[in-house]
Design a protein around this ligand. Structure first.
Ligand code: NAD
Ligand code: UDP
Length: 358
């Protein structure tokens, strides 16, 4: 299959990852895309593209499913990005989160299985939950076997059901298992992607400007800088994340489309091992970066405060301690290695927010 002839169904095409994937696919002008989303403000520039057809609707109504099925029959691949995927909502809208990440996706899995269409499904690195190391005395991070996240080996460890943080991870895990079961029982071709903190322009929203609520950490820290309010470190900001530039991530996705034989029937971590930071380090790096962008050195001392997770997210939050991906699957099968350092990814992203929201 070449991308020249590829017809794509893209669900959740109007979000952060969808917008960047559309930028690249439509610039290459090699495929025909039918996209579904409730929102289109991040992809306005593509709405008139002759090879992009936007369906501004939910994917979960019976009418939409009928329309999607008609398109699936004509297409080569279904890329599913649609989800509620904001940690502040996992414990505050648990039923919506479970529906969005499991029950709304199940009919689509069945349609792909029925028509034997390649389903590329966006899961999350959160399916790994907490690391084994985090349960040992002194968070034993000496031995990579106790914290490195390996697609086909690492156990998936989540907290008790009263900690509703895990609704998202658990729904995504069940979706992965349903996809895998369909693959084993009816040869559904699939690719599961577990993103590890993609960063880039157009991620989330800035509360009070183009959205309301508590977005992911990048937008939370950015809002604090834009609005001259303190940045808050949840539970002291010790949690670690590895951050990958959206451009590196999109490179990986394009390689998957180019190499279906290598990409199909696999689960891929997509992240960047070199870009690991604690949230306290991220806050400091962001204020230093914003001082460079604005030329205002006062930002270097922008206030950073600590807050309990209970006060920040409410009851039922529990954090993933560390996410260090094993990337050998993506390296070996796709020939993909992320290249963009955290400092560059942050500069580009924060400059975008500065230009658009300051
Ligand atoms: P996003 O919130 O920016 O995009 C998701 C899009 O799905 C939104 O535009 C939303 O309107 C749409 N959507 C939700 N429910 C829908 C419905 N019922 N019908 C139609 N559209 C619907 O999120 P994103 O960062 O682009 O993430 C995309 C996927 O990747 C999600 O599945 C998410 O769980 C996964 N993921 C992303 C990251 C990351 O770092 N960005 C990390 C882990 C997992
Ligand atoms: N976090 C923080 N301050 C904020 C927002 C988030 O310290 O203003 C922390 C959060 O507790 C977590 C990390 O930042 O440890 C990443 O949170 P994010 O919402 O980006 O999503 P996650 O990586 O947990 O999926």
């Amino acid at each position: 299959m070449t991308r020249e002839k590829m017809r794509i169904v893209m669900l959740g095409c109007g979000g952060f990852i969808g917008s960047h994937l559309l930028d690249r696919l439509l610039a290459e002008n090699e495929c025909e895309i039918h996209g579904w989303d409730l929102a289109d403000y991040k992809i306005k520039e593509h709405l008139a593209h002759p090879k992009f057809h936007m369906h501004r609707s939910t994917i979960s109504s019976p009418a939409a499913l009928q329309e999607i099925e008609q398109e699936i029959e004509k297409s080569d691949i279904v890329i599913n990005l649609a989800a509620i995927c904001n940690p502040a909502e996992y414990n505050t809208r648990p039923l919506d989160v479970i529906h969005s990440n499991l029950f709304d996706i199940y009919p689509l899995i069945e349609l792909c299985a029925k028509h034997k269409r390649w389903l590329m499904s966006f899961s999350t690195s959160e399916v790994y939950g907490r690391t084994v190391a985090s349960y040992l005395p002194n968070n034993n991070y000496e031995d990579p076997n106790l914290f490195e996240l390996r697609e086909n080996e690492t156990p998936l460890i989540m907290g008790p059901i009263s900690n509703q943080r895990w609704t998202y991870a658990c729904a995504k895990q069940m979706t992965e298992r349903l996809i895998y079961a369909h693959h084993m029982e009816s040869q559904l071709p699939f690719t599961v992607i577990r993103p590890l903190n993609f960063f880039g322009p157009k991620m989330d929203y800035i509360p009070g400007r183009d959205g309301e609520g508590v977005p992911r950490v990048l937008a939370c820290f950015m809002t604090a800088l834009l609005d001259n309010k303190p940045m808050y470190l949840v539970d002291g900001g010790e949690a670690r994340r590895t951050i990958v530039s959206i451009h590196d991530a999109i490179d990986a996705l394009l390689l998957m489309l180019k190499k279906p034989h290598q990409a199909q029937n696999q689960v891929f971590n997509i992240g960047n091992r070199e870009n690991e930071v604690t949230m306290a380090e991220l806050a400091d790096l962001m204020r230093q970066t914003y001082a460079r962008i604005t030329g205002d050195m006062n930002y270097k001392e922008h206030p950073i405060l600590t807050i309990s997770s209970q006060d920040f997210y409410g009851k039922g939050y529990e954090d993933c301690d560390r996410r260090m991906p094993d990337l050998s699957q993506a390296q070996t099968l796709l020939g993909w290695t992320p290249k963009i350092p955290l400092t560059d990814a942050l500069f580009e992203t924060m400059d975008f927010y500065h230009q658009n929201y300051a």
